[in-house]
Design a protein around this ligand. Structure first.
Ligand code: ZN
Length: 304
């Protein structure tokens, strides 16, 4: 058990997800200074989700439990094959530069829906205590103090949120002025319950969703050819008449194995002027407004 002295640097940024006030460190639990709710700590992992949270119940559905299995036993061999034989192909300098501005940028950095992803020095938040997750919590109620963060990152997570606008508002609340976010979202992408799947965004939709931020930029993450491989292979599964999850891995896998070379067309097609009309996934980045007269670096360093 970590003593308070050994806690990670971001530990002091944690706040009650309900009252947003600071927490008392009681060793095996954190206690809200205001409502006295206790949150269990297992080593450096804090559990803010209660058993009656709707997200917790979704983890028990066929889609949810398949996601949990994948995260609990991530297979390197499967991941290596999937990098080639899949619809996933994301060339592009623009989104990579925008991502690294946040991922390699100033700390504290929060990764929402981190799964088994590991970014050095970041707080990793997800709905289950998967390997590498530090904070088990609901993104709609971030357990983080106001203006505490320099960066927020979430990759293909927003479609799984019941009320993404609330998470956008939580991002705005927890970022320091000048703090930057980077998110990827699906546009033309089949339904995938991980554990639920609620919506899609166009570039215009993203501009509207993030209108309260400044320097908002959007662009293609995975292009039209990637979208076609994914939609066609999913169509083959739907047309097979099976009920999910029966036959999904085999049928979708075989169709993808035939179609995947199409995705490399995005090396060319993603540069075409109308490519966003059929993009598979999009990215959006922006920053919290800096008050007139302040500089970005001063505003962010006040938070850390
Ligand atoms: Zn509280």
């Amino acid at each position: 058990m970590a003593t308070p002295k050994q806690r990670p640097e971001w530990w002091s940024l944690l706040a009650c997800p309900i009252c947003k006030v600071s927490l008392l460190d009681r060793g095996t639990r954190l206690q809200c200074n205001s409502c006295s709710t206790n949150f269990a700590c297992t080593g450096d992992v804090v559990h803010f989700l209660t058993a009656d949270n709707p997200t917790q119940r979704q983890l028990e559905t066929p889609d949810g439990s398949s996601m949990v299995r994948g995260y609990r036993r991530p297979s390197r061999a499967v991941a290596a094959v999937r990098r080639i034989v899949s619809s996933e192909f994301t060339p592009g300098r623009e989104w990579r530069a925008a991502r690294s501005e946040v991922a390699a940028g100033p700390r504290p950095l929060l990764v929402i829906g981190s799964g088994v992803q590991q970014i050095p020095g970041a707080m990793h938040l997800d709905v289950g205590d998967f390997p590498g997750v530090n904070v088990v919590a609901d993104a709609h109620q971030l357990p983080i103090a106001d203006g505490a963060l320099a960066g927020v990152l979430a990759e293909v997570v927003f479609e799984h949120l019941v009320a993404p606008a609330r998470v956008v508002a939580e991002t705005l609340r927890t970022l320091a002025p000048g703090g930057r976010f980077f998110f990827t979202v699906p546009f033309l992408f089949p339904y995938h319950g991980h554990p639920g799947d609620y919506r899609r965004w166009s570039r215009q939709g993203l501009q509207a969703e993030f209108a309260d931020f400044e320097d908002v930029r959007t662009g293609i993450h995975a292009g039209p050819c990637s979208a076609m491989v994914n939609l066609l292979s999913e169509w083959v599964y739907v047309a097979s008449g099976c009920r999910y999850p029966r036959g999904y891995t085999v049928i979708k896998g075989l169709a993808t194995a035939l179609l995947f070379p199409l995705k490399f067309g995005d090396l060319v097609v993603r540069h075409f002027p109308e490519a966003h009309r059929l993009a598979s996934t999009l990215f959006v980045t922006g920053r919290k407004r800096v008050p007139a007269g302040a500089t970005i670096s001063a505003a962010i360093s006040q938070s850390s």
